[in-house]
Design a protein. Structure first.
Length: 222
């Protein structure tokens, strides 16, 4: 995704992590980006929900997983239900199969480990705000391995009105490619990729990116 320009709207972001030694420096570093305003920080999921209500509108939550009172997965699920316009990017030390799949199924739009650099994090925030998904390479590899190990659910995998281009896009999602890489592979714009994905998800009843990966693999596309 391209870097912001002067006319780019500033994104309103909340940083959630139970460790102040992580949360506060991260908020300070993100606040240096010309298109990001860190409007609040939170130490657990209940504080995240309160902060979203207090600072509406909020664009993106940068969310840790393991937090007291309410963890990041449950907070993500609540946000998806109650504030669907707010995107969640997970930033955690945990990249095990259960954590990744639970967070993505709850509605997280991105998943990074804490090995990610500042540019990776800001790129993921911008992508999430634009309705795109970003998974770091380790997470992509684990997600694909977990999906391949799980047998497909019974019933039709894809409806008959999927276009050839939508099928191509689904195949590339199944390979773990983000929207930008799909656009480059197919020589089309990211906006066009997003349109194909929206149409595909609506036609096939696909819930999220993780579900799309499952469908692609089960249909033999990836």
């Amino acid at each position: 995704m391209s870097e912001p320009t002067r006319n780019t709207r500033r994104l309103r972001v909340i940083v959630a992590d139970d460790q102040a030694a992580v949360r506060e420096p991260l908020a300070a570093v993100l606040g240096l980006a010309e298109d990001i305003d860190v409007v609040a920080s939170a130490a657990d999921g209940t504080e995240v929900l309160a902060a979203v209500a207090a600072h509406d509108p909020v664009d993106v939550i940068l969310m840790d997983l393991r937090m007291p009172v309410m963890d990041g997965t449950e907070a993500t699920r609540r946000l998806t239900e109650e504030h669907p316009s707010v995107a969640v990017v997970i930033l955690t030390t945990f990249a095990d199969d259960d954590s990744v799949l639970a967070a993505l199924s709850a509605g997280a739009r991105g998943y990074l480990t804490k090995n990610a650099g500042r540019q990776d994090i800001t790129r993921a925030i911008r992508a999430a705000a634009a309705g795109q998904s970003v998974l770091d390479r380790e997470v992509q590899d684990r997600l694909l391995a977990a999906v391949r190990a799980k047998p497909p659910a019974p019933g039709p995998l894809l409806p008959g009105d999927i276009t050839p281009r939508e099928r191509e896009v689904l195949a590339l999602i199944g390979q773990g490619l983000p929207n930008r890489a799909i656009a480059e592979r197919l020589f089309i714009s990211e906006a066009t990729v997003k349109t194909h994905i929206n149409n595909l998800f609506a036609k096939a009843g696909i819930k999220d990116r993780a579900d799309a990966v499952r469908r692609a693999i089960a249909a033999g596309l990836a």
